[in-house]
Structure formats: structure tokens, C-alpha cells
Design a protein around this ligand. Structure first.
Ligand SMILES: O=C(O)c1ccccc1NCC(=O)[C@H](O)[C@H](O)COP(=O)(O)O
Length: 218
């Protein structure tokens, strides 16, 4: 049987080391994320992210992730890091997100109540390139290592969606088969030590990619 044409995109987030970024490129990952959210345990300085960007393979997106940063802070990161894609995790509105002239992804918290309404999302963020559905843990912003109920992924989203939150090499096959997303985003699940956030583990990175590809073939 010939392999399917569709390929689930993979983003590794919360990168802090150039070597991990280099390996992500070799594994065929589509994007890597650098976190600039003030509250994050994986936050990096713009200069550190610029060094990682230099380690990036061609045709891999460098994603700068913000949460309620000021426009000046975002612009400073853009000038130093030169990301190809932005990701917003806070209360940023459409005008703010598009004001930097770069494609962007808007994160949506998947709380315990009703799933987000696709029409409402599209009309609030018509210029978004896609939406990242992340687990919502009260009092925490992201990168929580928690998963949400994947059966609650809203149908009828015409823009690409990325599923995030608590993904690991052990559950990513089921997550992809259940949700069939445009892409998946992982941070803690490719780290070996919970006490060393941002330090990725090569074997877990490789296994994660292999499991996504296995799901793509199923
Ligand atoms: O990763 C963080 O520390 C973070 C902090 C504040 C806002 C967002 C953050 N991460 C966003 C991501 O895209 C993560 O990859 C996503 O939340 C999944 O994280 P994980 O559950 O650890 O895989």
C-alpha cells in the first residue's frame, strides 16, 4: 500500500540548547519554539534564541512564543531573533497579533467547560495562520505537561490546528489518530528530567517523531 500524502506537522517547543535544535532539524521536525513568556521555566533571552536560530536547518520554522508581552518587547525579539512565525498565549487581540507583519498562531486554552466555537474563533482572529489547542491548567500558562480530552477538539475549524499539552512518545500515536490535527506541539514530553525544563532528550525526540510518522501511516 502506498503511504498517505498527509504528514502531521511537528513542533518542538521550549528549546534552550543549539544542539537540541540541530537534532530537531535532522529528525525532520517542522518548527521549533523559543519561549519569551515572563512566567515560563523555559524562558530564553533573545541572544540565546538567536544562537539557536543559527543552528536551525533550512525550511524549519523558528517560532517566537509570547504571553502578554508589550509590543516593544515583541519588536526587540523580532529584531534579534528574526523568527518566521509568532505564537501568542495570552489575552492578545487580533490587531496586536497581526501588527508585527508575520504569520502567527493563536493559542486556545481547552478548559473543562464547552469546547471553543470554531466560528467565534475564526471571527475573533481572521488573520491567524492557525490555532494551537493547549491544555488549560488554572493558574498556569502553558508547558504544563497536562493533556486535555482529545475528543473535545472542535470539528469544523477550517484553519490548521495544532494539538498540544501533555504529549509524550507514549501517547502521541493515540492523540494523532484521535484528532488528526494539522500539527502537534510538544515540550515537556521530550524532556527526560522534570527538574531541568528546556533540556531536551535526544532519544525521546526521536521516538516522538517516529510515533507521529507511525500514526500518519495508520
Ligand atoms: O512552555 C512554557 O513554559 C510556556 C509558558 C507560557 C506559555 C506557553 C508555554 N508553552 C507553550 C507551548 O507551546 C507548549 O509546547 C505547550 O504548552 C505544551 O507543553 P507540554 O505540555 O509541556 O508539552
Amino acid at each position: 500500500m502506498s503511504p498517505p500524502l498527509f504528514r502531521t506537522r511537528i513542533k518542538f517547543c521550549g528549546m534552550t540548547r543549539p544542539g537540541d535544535v540541530r537534532l530537531a532539524g535532522e529528525l525532520g521536525v517542522d518548527a521549533v519554539g523559543f519561549v519569551f513568556a515572563a512566567s515560563s521555566r523555559r524562558r530564553v533571552e533573545p541572544e540565546q534564541a538567536a544562537a539557536m536560530r543559527d543552528a536551525l536547518a533550512p525550511m524549519v520554522d523558528a517560532v517566537a512564543l509570547f504571553m502578554d508581552s508589550s509590543a516593544d518587547e515583541v519588536r526587540q525579539v523580532l529584531s534579534i531573533v528574526r523568527p518566521s512565525l509568532l505564537q501568542f498565549h495570552g489575552d492578545e487581540d487580533e490587531a496586536f497579533c497581526r501588527s508585527f507583519g508575520l504569520p502567527y498562531i493563536k493559542a486556545v486554552a481547552m478548559g473543562a467547560d464547552t469546547p471553543p466555537d470554531p466560528l467565534a474563533l475564526h471571527s475573533r482572529f481572521p488573520s491567524a495562520s492557525g490555532f494551537l489547542l493547549d491544555a488549560h491548567v488554572p493558574g498556569e500558562a502553558g508547558g504544563t505537561g497536562r493533556a486535555f480530552d482529545w475528543t473535545r477538539v472542535p470539528r469544523g475549524l477550517t484553519k490548521p490546528i495544532l494539538v498540544a499539552g501533555g504529549l509524550t512518545p507514549g501517547n502521541i500515536h493515540e492523540a494523532v489518530v484521535t484528532t488528526r490535527p494539522w500539527g502537534v506541539d510538544v515540550s515537556g514530553g521530550i524532556e527526560a528530567d522534570q527538574d531541568a525544563p528546556g533540556v531536551k532528550d535526544g532519544a525521546r525526540m526521536r521516538e516522538f517523531v517516529e510515533e507521529v510518522r507511525r500514526a500518519d501511516c495508520g
